[in-house]
Design a protein around this ligand. Structure first.
Ligand SMILES: NC(=O)c1ccc[n+]([C@@H]2O[C@H](COP(=O)([O-])OP(=O)(O)OC[C@H]3O[C@@H](n4cnc5c(N)ncnc54)[C@H](O)[C@@H]3O)[C@@H](O)[C@H]2O)c1
Length: 330
């Protein structure tokens, strides 16, 4: 069976994806700094299909030694939202961008078969078009998104022999062993369940989201269709719901919560079309946003997630702020 290296495999999406890869029989190496939570694979301690290595993607020597015998590399590791990135743009650039061409070069030297890069649907910026497809010009607004696009271009233009695919995910939602509560559906559900309040600003704006299980399945789909995915960029999202619709879905799952609307001047919508990955690879989502909300409510009810406002590990920006100095000195 193939060996897969997941950079950032200890993160929100990685924790879900790694479990699915192991279930499919792959040998998985997770390489991650485990910035947010350490013990995310404690249930898999004795599973010989999983190897965990704590390390920094900027540490090329360490990565060189790991890439031996790797067939597939999935790159999820980064400072993964705008506010955390903006805490220290130099750090963001070092991790999210400067390490990237070096990583491509060593992947080439080690003859991997396939490289899959997690970009972001935020690379489009704000588009007026009803259907935001991959052939539209990307016009990123923030540095986080600009460097995602730069990395896409480096990967696509590199002459490495490996197959290369770029995923542009919508915002992910639902439960994970490394929980994020700083993404829209998860934020709304956390506030509705514990504070009994859902506050929405505006409401008509569209927001593309995707259930975390579907997100992971899309990576597996690309692995299973590696040749036709080569040199392709795929948007991956569910329906583009309005914030009102998302809030109403959360309210249905948390009926005690009071929904309050506040005015907002910025009514910009973000939306993506995920037709291409369906048409080309036959990938379609199996779960819904409602499923993701229900999964979170279950995790809250069963106390799998506690102290959801006080524990910093649920919020990327809080942890990056705390660890800024050590990350800058590494
Ligand atoms: N979650 C979303 O809604 C979403 C949306 C669009 C794109 N993405 C992209 O998908 C990927 C995964 O997102 P996520 O939500 O799981 O993010 P996450 O922040 O939970 O996970 C990122 C992981 O990378 C690790 N990491 C960060 N810097 C590192 C370094 N220098 N060396 C080694 N490891 C490092 C962190 O410890 C963390 O475990 C990211 O590339 C993100 O930009 C996510």
């Amino acid at each position: 069976m193939k060996n897969i290296l997941v950079l950032g495999g200890g993160g929100y999406v990685g924790c879900n994806l790694v479990r699915k890869l192991i279930d499919q029989g792959y040998n998985v190496i997770v390489y991650d700094l485990f910035l947010y939570k350490n013990d995310v694979f404690s249930d898999l301690k004795n599973n010989n299909k999983l190897k965990i290595i704590k390390g920094d993607i900027r540490d090329l020597n360490k990565l060189e030694s790991i890439l031996e015998n790797i067939n597939i590399l999935i790159h999820l590791a980064c400072i993964s939202n705008d506010p955390s990135y903006e805490l220290n743009p130099k750090l963001g650039e070092d991790i999210n961008f400067k390490s990237f061409p070096k990583l491509i070069n060593i992947s080439k030297r080690h003859n991997i078969d396939q490289f899959i890069y997690a970009s972001s649907s935020s690379v489009y910026g704000i588009k007026e078009e009803a259907s935001v497809t991959e052939d539209l010009k990307a016009e990123p607004i923030t540095d986080y998104s600009k460097f995602k696009l730069e990395c896409e271009n480096i990967l696509l233009n590199h002459e490495g022999k490996f197959l290369k695919t770029i995923i542009r995910p919508a915002t992910v939602c639902g439960y994970s062993e490394r929980q994020r509560l700083d993404v829209i559906v998860n934020i709304l559900t956390n506030h509705a369940f514990f504070n009994k309040k859902i506050i929405i600003h505006g409401g008509e704006q569209l927001r593309p989201n995707i259930h975390i299980d579907d997100m992971s399945d899309s990576y597996i789909h690309v692995i299973n269709n590696s040749k036709i995915s080569d040199k392709e960029i795929f948007n991956v999202g569910d329906e583009n719901h309005s914030v009102n619709k998302l809030a109403n879905m959360v309210n249905e799952a948390c009926p005690d919560a009071i929904l309050k609307k506040e005015e907002v001047l910025d009514q910009r919508s973000y939306k993506i079309s995920s037709e291409k990955i369906y048409n080309k690879l036959g990938f379609k989502t199996k779960k819904t946003i409602k499923n993701a909300i229900d999964d979170l409510v279950e995790a809250f009810t069963k106390k799998k997630l506690v102290n959801t406002f006080g524990n910093d590990e649920f919020y990327n920006i809080k942890i990056i702020k705390k660890r800024l100095n050590s990350l800058l000195n590494d």
